[in-house]
Design a protein around this ligand. Structure first.
Ligand code: ZN
Length: 162
């Protein structure tokens, strides 16, 4: 395993759409392992492959319960609404207020290319939406209610970093 460099806003790769994963190669497994190492090192909640410079539809999410790997994920149902603070490892030191669904259901493939479905509410729903946006080259900074705010130093541990 190895840490990968997290691409930051201004890097064009974050604005490009990703390709489907066709099969789980050793290369893809290594990427997923590296993404988890990079996510935990950065103390984040989620990470999408383009954030480490790879244009493949892979996201990982760990909101503190279990680590999830979502390959070729698609949101198949959503409901409700939540408005809350959101940050991104690719936009360090900033946060913004973003509206997201309160509930989402996502269809995806796991690390063995088995088709699965997962439901999420609150933080998990927000994380799923945020990470899936990355796969389409979309960043939360373009969806904020009133722009970006600076994270105060003393509050740095309190923010969610997807
Ligand atoms: Zn992000």
């Amino acid at each position: 395993m190895a840490l990968r460099q997290i691409r930051e806003i201004g890097d064009d790769i974050l604005l490009k759409p990703c390709r489907d994963v066709k099969e789980i190669t050793p290369h893809v497994r290594e990427l997923i392992d590296d993404m988890f190492e990079t996510l935990y090192d950065a103390d984040g909640v989620g990470l999408a492959a383009p954030q480490v410079g790879i244009l493949k539809k892979i996201v990982i999410i760990d909101t503190g319960d279990d680590p999830h790997v979502l390959i070729n994920p698609v949101i198949i149902s959503q409901s409700g609404e939540q408005e809350g603070s959101e940050g991104c490892l690719s936009v360090p030191g900033k946060y913004g207020i973003v509206k997201r669904p309160m509930y989402v259901k996502v269809s995806y493939y796991d690390e063995n290319m088995e088709r699965r479905e997962m439901e999420g509410t609150e933080l998990m729903a927000r994380a799923i939406c945020h990470e899936l946006d990355h796969l389409e080259g979309k960043l939360y900074v373009d969806m904020t209610k009133d722009g970006l705010h600076d994270v105060e130093e003393e509050e740095e541990d309190g923010g969610e970093k997807d």
